[in-house]
Write a protein that binds this ligand. Structure first.
Ligand SMILES: C[S@@+](CC[C@H](N)C(=O)[O-])C[C@H]1O[C@@H](n2cnc3c(N)ncnc32)[C@H](O)[C@@H]1O
Length: 446
């Protein structure tokens, strides 16, 4: 057998091996030949493939890849019909979460992970962003930041002007890196779709070897919507190079096992970058920011990787924040406030209904906490959302919603090994800066 032919056979077996086919019998079956023929291909007793056999091998490989595609829920048929593939970590199994909720109902802190995992909570979130939440403004803010940070125009040193495009090496011949985007708490995924669109525009100049998007959320209802919308938004790269993975997992308390499956795990660290998205002030909702950064974000990022935070800003006058109104006694409630209240009462109401209890007298209390263990980042304060259980004479915290001072937060993040690359502020319809998008680069261990 010539060296060239030997290389073709070696490639054929390596491909089959990568697809999980190494048994002689299996190979014979999928290529439509006898096991002896496979033996002859391996030993070199056959010099080259006849045209008919070559066509059989080609179509067998194509069928295997199509089957993988179907298994990943990325077939064209699935996209049309809305069938969606989902991976579920054990801690995020809805009945496991319900059990945890039951166990913790007697504690003083429940937290935001319980707000959306049931369908009613997910629907309450969708109602909230549909009315009075200014969602169009926040989506426009994401679009603007994504375009700036993915700009492929040239800086003086020849790198791309946009820091995400530069980190990927876009425009540097032969050096574009693969990108793993990981979104923690995407909800219904509207912002991720916007970011995918901007990525596709930037990559048109210089496509990366691969790009993946991993959506991580405990809410199955919201994840399904996010995953389908994101899969439909991928048009620039072929499926094999642009996977969208939906993972139902707890990013605050779970082990983040999905990270072991990221494509960047299989390549040299410098051949890829990761971009972790934490949008919609989810960072301001976690219980302990310090533990979250040190244990979870450090695990997900490597030096050189990027972190995109969208956080709520502290306003000069707290009364300019729409949530402030909820801290004050009032006889009336706006539609947005009603959706917020329903969202926050929901887990308690469903828990008492499951136990067959009569609806208790509960009241939502929103109050400002500052300089305590719920607001440790300098300059931040916390709109703490509690349910007051009147008959039990106690309260349970459902949600932290912090507002940050940009300088205080930036210093705090820098001390933990994240350098600020860019900041874009977003004003609401009354021209008050309410949100900041912060792009950070992991510098090293701190
Ligand atoms: C406010 S919502 C959606 C925010 C969205 N990123 C945005 O910008 O509109 C927060 C999402 O985080 C999810 N979430 C909260 N805590 C979580 C946790 N510990 N693990 C996984 N998902 C969580 C919720 O299920 C919800 O979908």
């Amino acid at each position: 057998m010539s060296k060239k032919d030997a290389q073709v056979f070696s490639l054929l077996f390596a491909m089959a091996d990568a697809l999980g086919l190494s048994e002689e019998r299996e190979l014979a079956q999928i290529f439509g030949v006898s096991p002896e023929t496979i033996q002859n291909w391996r030993t070199g007793a056959v010099g080259e493939l006849k045209p008919g056999k070559l066509a059989q091998v080609e179509s067998a490989f194509a069928a295997q890849i199509a089957a993988l595609r179907e298994r990943a829920g990325a077939g064209a048929g699935d996209l049309d019909s809305g069938m969606t593939h989902l991976d579920i970590a054990p801690e995020a199994n809805p009945s496991e979460l319900q059990r945890l909720l039951r166990d913790r109902m007697h504690y003083d802190y429940l937290g935001h992970r319980f707000l959306y995992f049931e369908p009613q909570g997910a629907l309450a979130w969708e109602n909230l962003i549909r009315g009075g939440y200014e969602q169009a403004t926040w989506l426009a803010g994401v679009r603007h930041a994504a375009r700036e940070w993915l700009s492929t125009g040239r800086a003086k040193d020849g790198s791309a002007k946009g820091p995400i495009a530069a980190a990927m090496g876009v425009g540097r011949r032969g050096r574009t890196r693969g990108l793993d985007v990981i979104s923690l708490g995407p909800g219904e995924g509207g912002k991720e779709v916007v970011i995918l669109g901007a990525l596709e525009e930037a990559e048109a100049v210089d496509p990366p070897p691969w790009r993946s998007l991993t959506l991580v959320d405990v809410s199955i209802s919201l994840l399904l919507r996010a995953a389908l919308a994101a899969r439909r938004a991928v048009t620039g790269l072929p499926f094999e190079r642009a996977q969208v993975t939906a993972v139902c997992a707890d990013f605050e308390e779970g082990p983040l096992d999905f990270a072991r499956r990221l494509p960047s795990e299989r390549h040299d660290p410098d051949a890829s970058r990761r971009l972790v998205l934490i949008l919609g002030n989810v960072f301001g909702n976690v219980r302990h920011e310090d533990a979250f950064v040190r244990q979870k974000l450090h695990f997900l990022t490597r030096p050189g990787d990027l972190l995109w935070l969208e956080v709520g800003l502290r306003s000069e006058r707290p009364e300019l924040d729409p949530v402030y109104r909820m801290t004050q006694p009032s006889e009336t409630e706006t539609a947005a406030e009603t959706h917020r209240r329903l969202l926050l009462e929901g887990p308690y109401r469903r828990w008492e209904a499951a136990l067959g209890r009569r609806p208790a007298d509960v009241r939502l209390r929103v109050w400002v906490r500052e300089d305590d263990d719920s607001a440790t980042i300098p300059g931040s304060y916390n709109f703490c959302h509690d349910l007051v259980l009147e008959s039990e004479r106690r309260a349970v915290t459902m949600l932290y919603s912090r507002r940050y001072d940009l300088a205080g937060l930036s210093r705090w993040l820098e001390q933990r090994g994240y350098a600020i690359e860019r900041v874009e502020k977003v004003a609401d319809t009354r021209h008050v800066d309410r949100v900041a998008h912060i792009l950070l680069r992991r510098t090293g261990d701190a």
